[in-house]
Ligand binder design. Structure first.
Ligand code: SAM
Ligand code: SF4
Length: 350
């Protein structure tokens, strides 16, 4: 009989010993795994996908049980934080069985944090269950508070549903961070208002620079707006106090003095964040990307399926980490084809 993700027991050895983390060639400990559980989504955000996206054939996608086994292998190798993303993680059928299974690693102390990034469309349905499974914080992507603009950006999104999802998340006690992508001539004039709204709601917020990932049928350069300019504009209205808070990722955090909430800026293009990178990314087909901005990847599906024991899989993960590059080469420029990666953000997970 097939093992259910729900039944995945944490490795008992982990309850006693904290494994030494994997270390890459640049002496960075790899303690954070992001998993794209599906490349599918109920939205078609203009900076993320083309409207007529072709998704992976279902046969290529790992089962939830297989994803659970892969995550557990990484936890056994010292990963302390897991983020589920996508596509939209909450549209994958039965995703809660995976989340509940992974939640057991929180109970055993092997995992410090289980979290997810979501567009919020399904949160009204899942917020309570997420808390029950051990999730405490979530990132919700929201680029505007204007319902018409929201429809323009997401193409298929339902603004009211996301607002109801956010209410449900608050009621359930989830800490929420809003992710907003800065889009030239679309929402940069509104970020001010969003900071005030996040202050009222008790949400932290992160503003993200557009990254050149995947063909979206539009010119990236038309969407791109440097965060150095966003920050300068925001400083006219808000007092941004420097903090040393870090997640080991690309965000630089401030506290907005007037609201008391945290405000992060993710600037992959104007600021190089790679030297402290602690993460790798797994796709729903079992491909491991050691860097969001590079094409090199390792196939973990074959070693996963080769045997019921994890020996080959662990070997493949260790080998992949030896190939983690020093950094990315993102560039947004009309004259250059290079400097972009061909896969969409929804494949690797943001
Ligand atoms: N569907 C979920 C969501 O929207 O939160 C999770 C997946 S989505 C790919 C993760 C994050 O990546 C979102 O915050 C989204 O705004 C961001 N994103 C997608 N494409 C991007 C791009 N080309 N540049 C920068 N951020 C991007
Ligand atoms: Fe879907 Fe998230 Fe991409 Fe928007 S950003 S299309 S919600 S995966």
């Amino acid at each position: 009989m097939k093992k259910q993700a729900d039944d995945i027991a944490p490795d008992t050895a982990l309850e006693h010993a904290r494994p030494a983390p994997l270390v890459d060639p640049f002496a960075r400990a790899i303690t954070y795994l992001r998993v794209s559980v599906t490349d599918r989504c109920d939205f078609r955000c203009v900076y993320c996908m083309a409207e007529d996206m072709t998704f992976l054939p279902k046969a290529e996608v790992l089962s939830l049980e297989e994803l659970g086994r892969l995550c557990s292998a990484f936890i056994g190798l010292g990963v302390r934080k897991l983020r589920l993303t996508g596509g939209e993680p909450l549209v994958r059928r039965n995703v809660m069985s995976l989340i509940r299974g992974l939640g057991r690693h929180l109970d055993s102390g092997a995992l410090d944090e289980l979290t997810l990034t979501t567009n919020g469309s399904q949160l009204a349905r899942f917020a309570d269950e997420l808390v029950d499974a051990g999730v405490r914080r979530i990132n919700v992507s929201l680029d505007t508070l204007d319902p018409d603009k929201f429809l323009d950006i997401t193409r298929w999104g339902k603004f009211d549903k996301v607002m109801a999802g956010l209410e449900a998340a608050k009621r359930a006690g989830l800490a929420v961070k809003i992710n907003a992508v800065a889009l030239r001539e679309i929402n940069v004039g509104e970020l001010d208002k969003m900071i005030a709204w996040c202050g009222d709601q008790g949400f932290d917020m992160t503003i993200i620079e557009v990254m050149p990932m995947g063909d979206i049928g539009e010119q990236r350069v038309d969407q791109y707006y440097p965060l150095s300019m966003v920050r300068a504009n925001l400083r006219k209205q808000w007092t941004l106090d420097e903090t040393d808070y870090t997640t080991g990722g690309p965000a630089r955090y401030f506290t907005v003095r007037e609201t008391g909430q945290r405000l992060g800026f993710i600037t992959p293009l104007t600021h190089n964040f790679c030297e402290a990178c602690n993460r790798v990314r797994l796709t729903c087909t079992g491909t491991l990307f050691m860097c969001l901005g590079q094409e090199d990847a390792a196939d973990l599906r074959a070693p996963l399926r080769a045997s019921e024991s994890d020996e080959k899989l662990l070997e493949a993960i260790r080998e992949a980490i030896t190939r983690k590059p020093k950094g990315h080469d993102f560039v947004i420029d009309r004259r250059r084809e290079a400097g972009s990666v061909s896969r969409h953000m929804s494949v690797t997970g943001g």
